[in-house]
Design a protein around this ligand. Sequence first.
Ligand code: ZN
Length: 137
Amino acid sequence: MKPSHIEHIGIAVKSLEETIPYYEQLLGQKCYSVEEVADQKVKTAFFKLGDTKIELLEPTSEDSPIAKYLEKNPHGGVHHIAFCVEGVQKALEDAAQMGIQLIDKAPRRGAEGLNIGFLHPKSTHGVLTELCENPNK
Ligand code: ZN
């Protein structure tokens, strides 16, 4: 596995409405996309800095993984880091071979039409790690 860059950093927030203006000021740009990802029970908002995006994540349901994160981290915080790879399926298999516990054994569809798969923080030194690729590239 050899990721090309950090595709995005996922940040858990209680409210997109309250957080977007902060990032718009901090980054000197408008949020370019807000999208609901039903599969992950989140609403996302995106900013782009070079090749890397900032992905804000607001839970849309109490059993959302982001809602659980916010129970433990009530102010929000960095939720995951996403590496861009060529071929998520192969990268997940590589990770499994390295002895890393997978959350996703096969890629699924994430925000922005990316193929994504998560590695378990128990075997990534505490960092929830996402592998993703843009299938339309
Ligand atoms: Zn992500």
